[in-house]
Design a protein. Structure first.
Length: 81
């Protein structure tokens, strides 16, 4: 018997893999929904890491911009005096 969509979403990645392996021993078809769910979760994990890295890049860009402005101000003040 197939699981409902909500039941499938509640399973951990490890549980999905275990269920996939269990069903795979007794069937030739119908496993794509589990494989797709595993792949979707792996994609989500990758996307989450990319979002974190993007935020870090944004923060570094802001810091570099700020330090460049400070450097420019120091250079101008040095030329004036």
């Amino acid at each position: 018997m197939a699981r409902s969509f909500q039941e499938l979403r509640k399973l951990t990645k490890k549980e999905l893999i275990e269920e996939y392996d269990k069903i795979a021993t007794s069937t030739r078809a119908g496993l794509s929904f589990l494989a797709d769910e595993i792949q979707r979760r792996e994609n989500q994990e990758t996307n989450d890491r990319i979002v974190k890295l993007t935020a870090q890049m944004k923060n570094l860009t802001i810091a570099i911009t700020f330090l460049t402005i400070v450097n420019l101000i120091v250079l101008i003040l040095d030329k004036i005096s």
